[in-house]
Ligand binder design. Structure first.
Ligand SMILES: Nc1ncnc2c1ncn2[C@@H]1O[C@H](COP(=O)(O)OP(=O)(O)OP(=O)(O)O)[C@@H](O)[C@H]1O
Length: 797
């Protein structure tokens, strides 16, 4: 028997060809089935079998039971007929003998042409036969009893080796295996990785379920796949030179951090299942890996973190699979909306919150700031990055234009800086109180900045409006976005630092900010610039804040243009009165010549792209069209007044000519009048001109003048609060009548809100009456102008 088994491979070929089953390798199950699956002897031979043959057969069976591989068995499992490596012979290249209970495979010494050898699930302890297989490319010796690592002469082309599930405890130098590209050593007892330094072709290495406690010995290997699953590794280290690594499996270790992976730019898949990663922020270490698509953190403590999945998806937005589950587009959107909502989303959420909370409160009419038909309550918002000077400028502006603007103090949970006064710079409140105010629907908008809450309360606006003043507020961009969702239509002035260096040194000079706060503020400059660039008209005006004086000059000029003021001398308080206003559109909507000039000068102020475009697109109306529009508007207003008598009648009528101060409730005592240095001043001659009066009345810009004309103690003193400032050229004729009727009501004890009879007719003579409602109030601020002006500064898209 041994003669036939140990024949030279070429001889074995013919032997194999006759012996092996044409269907190729068989019996993958029970190792003992080998005998049963052997090819039956040729027909007829059975009868002539000699005693000797029976004996040989018996020997063979004994050998198999002893785990010794026989020639016949080899022949049965050979496959893949092809040319030998030398090209001179036809040979079987592939031998697969799994689960054969083999212990001794020394017979394979003679199968020198084998290229692929599979001997898994046997009991082999010695593989020295491989030394005789110089052409071997693939060797699978997994699930055996090998205790030695590569115990054979290196076949020069050996590429893939599987020694998993053996009893090998030490790695040895594999520098002779230069062609080795795939090495699987799972389920052995290695405690250290070594000997691979010269394996310059090794792209796939797996040493799972061993006793490795430290990653080492892998420097500069061209590995693409590395599996060290089920070891004792605590730290990801020494991987930074594996520049080509694509798949990394470090599951079932004791790793606490993803640090050490940040330079592996080809990594596409990381398995860290069953480790000790606790913090979501660990994901930041792999945030910059451009090809990372799969991350598995299953069975790690980090899973218990709130919003774990969305947070990781947010941090690693390129992931397609997290924890072996596909990441959906919805999850990606939710993650962004949750952790870095676009300004619009944040603003919408903020707005919704306050609207809902406000609606949960008893509803009241905010008489001072309610939007009117033509003009919303005037507000000026100074926006820009922190410490760009907007607060200082807002204060200064409110001081100089104290008859027009009041500083709207927001609420904040941050503590006051040195010199800050409660109620002046901010209303300083505790977090609990702030949250309570949110729930009570007190805010129009809120924002968190630098870990503190800031919020603009409705009362802050209302209190300014009750005094007949426009509100001037400073806030960050998020606040602007939120406010744009409300029905308020402020004008927004962006104050932007153009010299970062100067901005930083100014912030440092204040001595209030940490480096981190300064960095945040600086980084936000670009946000403002971007918004201004991408959304023309988002800000009504942009002023450089580098030089505070120049910035204030520009802001002041802008406000003067807006108010229609003229310089009346130097010094503060000079703007408590305005020049007679003859710049407003007449009732027909056609601006007088003077206004046209002003409009063009105000053009730079406006910078409202949208409105300019709109104005450009709007064809000039003929006088007939304008008259028609005029009639329609009048009818609408009358209809509205008729529909809602009482308070609304008052509201609309009064608002026709009044700015908020005129709308202050009668019960509101005279802070405004006491504050107003111009109360009772004689009206300039021009204002008494009826035509200009009418013209002014048609415009918000006339308000300060008309107010100035009012005499102290005007019956309008008793006017109740009404709608926000409204400029309605069409209702000029109602002014006197309104005045009279109000007076009557007041005298007769009727409250302004009491139901009234049908709208009274207006005597045309009253339109030229020098007495105007609100004459005892301070000069009132101009509402946002209507007509042509409105087109300039009107609502944004
Ligand atoms: N209601 C609000 N909504 C949004 N932003 C606000 C609001 N109130 C204040 N802010 C802004 O929050 C930022 C931080 O305000 P804070 O007063 O703490 O900073 P500051 O260092 O004094 O800077 P500044 O001089 O710009 O006010 C500022 O840019 C401020 O304009």
């Amino acid at each position: 028997m041994s003669v036939s088994v140990q024949q030279a491979p070429t001889a074995a070929l013919s032997s194999c060809q006759t012996l092996r089953n044409p269907s190729g390798p068989r019996s993958q199950g029970d190792p003992n089935t080998t005998l049963l699956t052997r090819s039956p002897p040729p027909e007829g031979d059975e009868l002539t079998a000699t005693e000797e043959e029976v004996e040989v057969e018996g020997d063979k069976q004994t050998e198999m039971e002893d785990g010794k591989l026989t020639e016949e068995e080899v022949a049965n499992h050979l496959s893949s007929l092809g040319r030998s490596a030398t090209g001179l012979h036809h040979i079987y290249q592939f031998l697969s003998l799994p689960r054969q209970n083999l212990k001794n495979v020394s017979i394979l010494c003679h199968y020198v042409h084998l290229q692929k050898l599979e001997l898994p699930y046997n009991r082999i302890k010695d593989l020295s036969c491989v030394s005789h297989m110089p052409y071997l490319i693939m060797l699978d010796a997994s699930h055996n009893e090998l205790s030695e690592f590569f115990g054979f002469q290196p076949p020069k082309n050996l590429k893939e080796v599987n020694f998993s599930h053996n009893q090998i405890s030490a790695m040895k130098d594999l520098s002779a295996y230069a062609s080795l590209s795939k090495l699987i050593l799972d389920y052995n007892s290695f405690s250290e990785i070594r000997g691979l330094e010269k394996c310059s072709s090794l792209t796939h290495l797996s040493i799972a379920h061993s006793k490795i406690s430290r990653i080492s010995g892998l420097d500069n290997l061209p590995l693409k796949h590395l599996c060290l699953r089920g070891n004792l590794i605590k730290k990801i280290e020494n991987l930074h030179t594996l520049r080509t690594l694509q798949v990394l499996d470090l599951s079932s270790n004791r790793i606490q951090s993803l640090s050490g992976l940040q330079n592996l730019h080809f990594l596409g898949s990381i398995n860290l299942e069953s480790n000790l990663i606790r913090e979501i922020k660990e994901a930041t270490y792999v945030h910059d890996l451009p090809l990372l698509r799969e991350l598995n953190l299953k069975r790690s403590p980090v899973q218990e973190q709130p919003d774990y999945r969305l947070a990781v998806i947010f941090l690693l937005h390129r992931l397609t699979h997290l924890d072996e589950q596909a990441v959906t587009a919805e999850e990606k959107v939710s993650a962004v909306n949750k952790f870095d909502p676009p300004l619009e989303v944040g603003a919408a959420r903020d707005h919704m919150t306050h609207v809902v909370y406000q609606h949960m409160q008893p509803q009241v009419i905010f008489d001072s700031t309610l939007p009117s038909l033509d003009a919303p309550y005037p507000m000026l918002i100074l926006t820009g990055p922190q410490a760009c000077g907007k607060r200082e400028l807002a204060h200064k502006l409110c001081q100089e234009f104290s008859d027009y603007f009041a500083y709207g103090a927001c609420h904040t949970t941050r503590g006051p800086y040195f010199g800050e006064e409660d109620g002046c710079d901010y209303h300083f409140v505790l977090e609990e109180e702030f949250q309570n105010m949110i729930r009570m629907g007190c805010f129009v908008q809120t924002m968190q900045y630098g870990g503190h809450w800031y919020g603009l309360s409705r009362e802050a606006i209302e209190s300014a409006a009750r005094e007949g003043l426009a509100c001037c507020i400073h806030m960050e961009l998020e606040g602007v976005f939120s406010l744009k969702n409300s029905y308020f239509e402020p004008r927004y002035v962006l104050l932007i630092p153009t010299s970062t260096k100067e901005y930083i040194s100014r912030m440092k000079a204040r001595g209030l900010y940490s480096n981190g706060q300064i960095d945040t503020a600086v980084s936000r400059i670009n946000l403002y610039v971007k918004i201004n660039k991408e959304r023309p008209g988002f800000f009504d005006s942009v002023i450089s804040s580098d030089n505070r004086e120049e910035a204030y000059r520009a802001l002041g000029q802008l406000v003067k243009e807006y108010l229609g003021l003229e310089e009346q001398g130097a010094g503060g308080g000079e703007h408590t009165r305005a020049a007679p206003d003859n710049t407003q559109p007449d009732v027909s909507g056609e601006p007088p010549a003077a206004e046209k000039v002003e409009v063009s000068s105000a053009d730079s102020f406006s910078r409202n792209y949208w409105n300019k475009v709109q104005a450009g697109l709007t064809p000039q109306k003929t006088s007939a069209e304008l008259a028609s529009i005029h009639r329609k508007q009048q009818m609408v207003r009358e209809a509205l007044m008729g529909k809602s008598p009482g308070a609304y009648t008052q509201l609309f009528k009064r608002s026709v000519h009044t700015a908020p101060s005129l709308l202050a409730p009668h019960s509101q005592p005279g802070p405004s009048s006491s504050l107003n240095p111009n109360v009772g001043r004689p009206l300039p001659d021009r204002i008494e001109d009826s035509s200009s009066e009418e013209s002014r009345a048609s415009s918000g810009l006339s308000m300060h003048s008309s107010a100035g004309a009012l005499s102290v103690g005007s019956p309008s003193d008793g006017l109740d609060a009404g709608a926000g400032p409204k400029v309605d050229p069409l209702d000029i004729s109602m002014l006197g009548q309104n005045l009279e009727s109000t007076k009557d009501h007041t005298e007769s004890g009727l409250t302004p809100d009491a139901p009234r009879s049908a709208p009274e007719r207006v005597s045309p003579t009253l339109t030229t009456s020098p007495g105007r409602p609100g004459s005892n109030a301070k000069p009132v601020l101009p509402p946002i102008p209507s007509g042509r002006k409105a087109a300039e500064f009107g609502p944004k898209p």
